[in-house]
Design a protein around this ligand. Structure first.
Ligand SMILES: [Zn+2]
Length: 220
């Protein structure tokens, strides 16, 4: 209950404007995974990593780089219950949406799920909270189409191979949503390798989704 009171307070009294600079994720970057490219390039390119990788996501995009205050805000919201930051995280996600995905048809936003046990302990799923903000602003339904069926070790300190092993079998399609023919945006606060969002996309694509992309507030 306390979570919702604090979250509501965040809606009514948004925090003062967070300090800048907010480092935008900008081109040139890999058209698939948005890995920034150090030198200017004129042609559309895909990075070497993506050349070897079998993505289910057709695009990954983030509004900002995970630096400075953006990083502080993500951590503060997720781990320190700074609910007054929710509108800012929502706005930042919306910035990314406007920049990269506006003007296309999207059927639903799909938050990356938390295992029910972790969600219970945290009291909320930060991805669902910020997806909800964007959904309301953009008139797009938010569907919790993927669920965690197995708790996984936190991904942050693992290598890519370990992340994939960790993820395998930990996610499943939630009941009550038919992805067939749908164009879906997986939403999260931050992505590092994109393995989690891609595992969600794989399930949705196998269940018939037409296209699945990812959007986060920040990219590491
Ligand atoms: Zn790439």
């Amino acid at each position: 209950m306390r979570v919702w009171i604090e979250a509501a307070a965040g809606l009514i009294f948004p925090a003062a404007r967070p300090p800048r600079p907010w480092a935008r994720l900008e081109r040139p970057f890999c058209e698939r995974c948005a890995e920034p490219y150090p030198r200017p390039v004129t042609e559309v390119f895909t990075c070497a990593n993506c050349g070897n990788r079998d993505w289910s996501l057709s695009r990954l995009r983030a509004a900002y780089l995970e630096k400075g205050y953006i990083r502080e805000a993500i951590l503060g919201f997720k781990y320190r219950r700074q609910f007054h930051l929710r509108p800012w995280l929502g706005r930042w996600l919306e910035d990314g949406f406007r920049q990269y995905y506006a003007g296309e048809r999207w059927d639903a936003l799909v938050p990356v799920p938390l295992h029910p046990e972790r969600r219970r302990r945290r009291g909320f799923n930060q991805s669902a909270e910020i997806a909800d903000w964007l959904g309301r602003r953009g008139g797009i339904p938010v569907v919790e189409a993927i669920r965690r069926v197995k708790a996984t070790a936190p991904q942050a300190r693992l290598s890519r191979a370990e992340r994939l092993r960790n993820l395998r079998g930990s996610l499943a399609l939630a009941g009550g949503f038919d992805p067939r023919g749908k164009r879906l945006v997986i939403c999260d606060d931050v992505f590092t390798t994109g393995a989690t969002a891609d595992a969600c996309a794989r399930i949705l694509r196998r269940a018939g989704a037409e296209e699945v992309v990812a959007l986060t507030v920040a990219r590491r």
